[in-house]
Design a protein around this ligand. Sequence first.
Ligand SMILES: [Zn+2]
Length: 298
Amino acid sequence: MIAVTARSDEIMIAPSPRLGFSLWIRILRVIMVTVFFLMLFVPQTRPISSMVFWLSLSLNVILMCWGMFLPNSQLFGFVFHKGDPDRSTVALTFDDGPHPDSTVRILDILQSQQIRATFFVVGQKAELHPAVVQRMVFEGHEVENHTWNHPATLAVFPLYTLKRIVHDLDRCNKMIRALTEREPLFVRFPAGIKNLPLMTAAKRLNLVVAGFSVRAYDSAGRVSAERIRTRVLERVFPGAIIVLHDSYTRTGRQASTPTIEALPGIITCLKEAGYHFVTLKALYNPVSEGQSLPGSGV
Ligand SMILES: [Zn+2]
């Protein structure tokens, strides 16, 4: 039996999550720049200088890896990865869709449970399955940007110029706009990987970079529905952003059957624990919570 608790929903207006962008990140950035210049200007001739060089290089590599591969690391810029901990709200998010079978079955579950979720769609797949994306919006869900074609090598600097990344993200934005008549607010990069060009591109398009706080690893190989359910319920907390997948592969051929099987149990347990499901936008800006959307049954 998994114990899931939520704190009472007493505070009506939460402070902006941007206030959580902490001072120590800025300090780390200063350290990175300092060690970089140390590497450049300390002469390499004497043993002590050589040691400083290699220590600086190692520190910079560690910091770069931390900034790139930790989904919620703020080293390269702000990442929204959790809401107000004083409100018993959580955001359910789905990546890598839409899928003509999985996403529709997930929408059916969300409709029967009367909750809203957020879908990070791949632009190329959205173009193939426009009716599924339109149903998301019609039923009150949010549709956000998960790149045009979900490139696995997005984090590798030399392969993608800033211009190419901006084009890729904007192409997905345009597809979402065309299908939903709504402006995307968030982008989530594949696997939560970030680097400076990606963060710069997001900023240029006025997109907030979304991270996540509860990961079920439901797209990583053969994982059972029970394991997915347990992972979510063990890790959830007030303000959490839960990430699941409505499609498992880049091409979208494989339906997310274990996720679909796990979903009703996850929703029921969290509801019983006192959690309210909101979209990512509502978690980011609680004032927008409760705004009804046309045609939504939720
Ligand atoms: Zn993805």
